[in-house]
Design a protein around this ligand. Structure first.
Ligand code: ATR
Length: 272
């Protein structure tokens, strides 16, 4: 029987993951089937058990189940533990669930390998303090930036993240207003503002010469934040389509022990 994989979420019809994993499988010669599963809130454990019965070997987990999956895990990677959320499950033969979060490493790969942005020793501004930001903080800090400032509408949430990750690097919390007069080498948008076509209220002249902007969201049209970066004179202002493909590649390699080539798959999705 072909090994079964799937992504679980709600909604799920829009998910590009089946396409990405099918492309990885054909490129690497791996025999597998990857589906998408719509699951009702509160029914994740049941859905995983059913999937296991049907020969399921691994799952991706997306909104709104990343925290539920974290709770169900029998073992967690350190990055998943600190993220407090998981996007990848390995359904072990002995019935246990191993969990990882590949979002952060996926974003770091997109930033460094695909876009050639340097993080080491740089001043980075991270916008937002929700699950998306918590999910990427450890891999980002492991790149050893000089400083990461987390700016959020609700500053208390940024402060909680700073406390939680203080042992891993130089972090501070800020309101958007208090950014006035500060400058950065790179800005990463992890707020949900882009979904509403909005940009957090950032002061002008916040970008150092050569600074880049990165939106964790992606869209067929440039996002509001990508456009903001262009208007502010960023050296490059890009969306997070590559992050989607890179986090998938990391899951694929965890399941199959083979690292796929992401560039042709990013090109394939960009052409849609
Ligand atoms: P996710 O898991 O996608 O991060 P979340 O936990 O709901 O979702 O967090 C959404 C983030 O986007 C938060 O940082 C939120 O700011 P608050 O913590 O102050 O709510 C931020 N956000 C959402 N809409 C925004 C907007 N219009 N402007 C600025 N920040 C916004």
């Amino acid at each position: 029987m072909t090994d079964q994989y799937a992504v679980i979420g709600n909604p799920i019809s829009h998910s590009k993951s089946p396409r990405i994993h099918a492309a990885f499988a054909s490129q690497t010669g791996q025999k597998l089937h990857y589906d998408k599963l719509l699951v009702e809130p509160g029914c994740l454990a049941e859905a995983i058990a059913d999937f296991r019965q049907q020969g399921g070997k691994g799952l991706n987990i997306t909104v709104p189940f990343k925290n539920d999956a974290f709770e169900l895990a029998d073992s967690l990677t350190e990055r998943a533990r600190l993220a407090g959320a998981v996007n990848t499950l390995v359904l072990n033969e002995d019935g246990t669930l191993h969990a990882d979060n590949t979002d952060g490493i996926g974003m770091v790969r997109d930033l460094t390998a695909n876009h050639h942005f340097n993080l080491k020793g740089k001043r980075i501004l991270l916008l937002g303090a929700g699950g998306a930001v918590q999910g990427v903080l450890l891999p980002l800090l492991q790149q050893q930036p000089a400083e990461i400032v987390i700016a959020n509408r609700t500053v208390a949430k940024a402060e909680v993240l700073c406390e939680k990750f203080s042992a891993y690097g130089n972090l501070s919390a800020s309101s958007f207003e208090a950014l006035n007069g500060k400058t950065f080498d790179g800005i990463i948008n992890g707020t949900a503002a882009s979904l509403q076509g909005e940009v957090p209220p950032l002061p002008d002249n916040i970008l150092n010469k050569g600074a880049w902007c990165y939106d964790m969201m992606y869209s067929s049209e440039p996002t509001a934040f990508v456009r903001w970066g262009e208007q502010q004179g960023a050296s490059q202002s890009v969306d997070g389509l590559g992050m989607l493909v890179e986090q998938a590649a990391e899951s694929f390699s965890l399941w199959r022990g083979v690292q796929p080539d992401t560039n042709p798959v990013i090109k394939l999705l960009r052409a849609d």
